[in-house]
Write a protein that binds this ligand. Structure first.
Ligand code: UN1
Length: 520
């Protein structure tokens, strides 16, 4: 019998009448846990708990908050293996990737532990005597967080950790695809000594459910900042509601990331990078590659080597076979959307080079291992003849599928790479410094790799996109501090008299005019 879990509101367990199950993504008969489905009143209660906890938490010295972040990091380190196995079981990524993901959360804690001892403001000279100016970072209040299931601990940590160190309190609605990982993470946060009510956890669905209720809390004035990772469509809604409340949300949205391979590239390295960018995590990363742009002179050579590598890809239950490249779809919705793309791609006129839809007993690629009846597994799928006017070129699919697009030279590669409405990550393979320079200068994307995959953002670099991939906010590193604080400018006047800025002037008298020519 699977255990039933509770929301964590104000440090207490809270149950709901309605529940849902979280199942192993690779084996649907394995129930990871039963989770409550928060109703509107419970989401509101979680926000009230977070508001109640705010004055004391924001008054706690920042270095002490940083110490708690360090303790959370050490707890994650201690539990890394168990947590990684839970990530892999619940959402289906390989253990190697799951370990990398937990490490990313640990790295985030390592970075922000010491940020509690910085959180620098500035001292600024005043234009008047006996007056000092200074700036302070102030917390925003209650942060509402809604996250996706593909990175169930790393991406939440990018939001929770900086929000906490800067003195905010939190209500988090994790993905219904990975509630167990969220529960474990919050229990470790509590273990570290973060006081009751500072981090509240409510479970449930998105649309017309807990997620939407939490977004609605901005209209009630109970949430003062929103951080969302998910689809561009939902991100626009979050942005609209935040906008009418004059709030600036953090929005990390979709991508259709270009990976360019120029004629001088090291082809072995490029094939390995393209394979992981396209099919790592089954294509279910927001940084997964969507289009591979290949320079005409090497198009055929690359295609041949890439297809050979794709034919060898090992796929199966990562809980049983640790060496698979990818496992199952995270959920049925992602699977169905991916399955549909076969119809659009063909209708658009794209040519399928490899891939036969859902993996079943009678329809499995050579590298398949295991039992396909236990979950949704998909063939690695490769298309060519894809052009920028096609839906197949433009839309994020979030599954194991990739387009090969022929381009001629670096300029056409950059133009084609920029022909999508998204701008999250990007990559180029070339040995030519000028081409690499041209790409990094002109690509419309928040993140660029040179001779590496479209993935692999490190925990202390700015993560985020341009165009349809977000609203310009950045997560991670020092940049994320802007998202969770407001700047307070303070003028401290000790002169004891009324001094008026811009009006009380004349501190020095000008000298007599000098005609330099007359001096010589
Ligand atoms: C995501 O898919 O939401 O760069 C985040 C990467 C990872 C993070 C991906 N470090 O692929």
């Amino acid at each position: 019998m699977a255990r039933t879990y509770a929301h964590r509101i104000g440090g207490r367990d809270v149950a709901s009448d309605a529940t849902f199950e979280s199942r192993n993504s690779s084996r649907h008969d394995d129930v990871v846990g039963v989770f409550p489905e928060a109703d509107l009143a419970q989401v509101r209660a979680a926000c009230d708990a977070a508001n109640d906890a705010f004055p004391a938490w924001s008054a706690l010295p920042a270095p002490i908050r940083g110490e708690l972040i360090g303790t959370i990091g050490r707890a994650l380190q201690r539990e890394k293996e168990t947590l990684s196995r839970l990530v892999s079981r619940e959402m289906g990524k390989t253990l190697k990737e799951a370990r990398g993901e937990v490490q990313e959360a640990i790295d985030t804690c390592a970075f922000f532990q010491s940020e509690g001892r910085r959180l620098y403001g500035q001292t600024v000279p005043s234009e008047m005597p006996n007056k000092e100016l200074a700036t302070y970072r102030r917390p925003l209040g209650v942060v509402g967080i809604v996250t996706a299931g593909n990175f169930p601990v790393a991406v939440p940590s990018w939001k929770i950790v900086p929000a906490l160190v800067t003195g905010n309190t939190i209500v988090w609605k994790p993905s219904e695809d990975a509630p167990a990982v969220a529960y474990a993470f919050v229990k470790l946060i509590e273990e570290a000594g973060v006081p009751a009510g500072v981090v509240n956890l409510v479970f449930g669905g998105g649309k017309d459910a807990a997620g939407q209720h939490l977004i609605g809390m901005m209209d009630e004035g109970r949430v003062h900042k929103f951080a969302f990772t998910g689809s561009t469509g939902v991100g626009r809604e979050v942005g609209a509601i935040a906008g009418r409340n004059l709030l600036h949300p953090t929005l990390e949205l979709g991508g259709k990331n270009p990976l360019v391979i120029l004629r001088d590239a090291d082809l072995d390295n490029a094939v390995h990078g393209a394979l992981f960018s396209a099919f790592g995590t089954g294509g279910q990363r927001c940084t997964s590659a969507g289009n591979i742009l290949i320079d005409a002179p090497i198009y055929d050579a690359f295609k041949e080597r890439f297809l050979a590598a794709v034919r060898d890809v090992k796929i199966g239950d990562p809980g049983v076979h640790e060496d698979v490249l990818y496992g199952p779809f995270i959920n049925r919705r992602f699977f169905e959307r991916w399955e549909e793309h076969y119809a659009w791609a063909e209708a658009d006129g794209a040519t399928k080079l490899y891939g036969e839809g859902r993996i079943t007993e009678g329809n499995a690629p050579a590298g398949w291992v295991g039992d396909p009846t236990t979950a949704y597994y998909g063939w690695p799928t490769v298309w060519e003849g894809v052009t920028p006017d096609m839906r197949q070129f433009q839309e994020e699919i979030f599954g194991p599928t990739i387009n090969l697009v022929k381009v001629d030279g670096v300029d056409e590669a950059i133009r084609t790479a920029n022909a999508v409405d998204y701008g999250l990550s990007s990559a180029i393979y070339t040995q030519n410094r000028e081409w690499a320079y041209a790409f990094k200068s002109r690509i419309e994307a928040g993140m660029t790799s040179i001779n590496n995959t479209t993935n692999g953002a490190e925990a202390h670099m700015p993560f985020g996109g341009t165009k349809g991939s977000g609203n310009g906010t950045r997560e991670s590193g020092m940049w994320v501090l802007e998202a969770y604080t407001w700047w307070h400018g303070v003028n401290d006047d000790v002169s004891g008299t009324l001094q008026l800025a811009q009006m009380d002037t004349g501190y020095v008298e000008p000298g007599d005019p000098v005609d330099v020519g007359a001096l010589f």
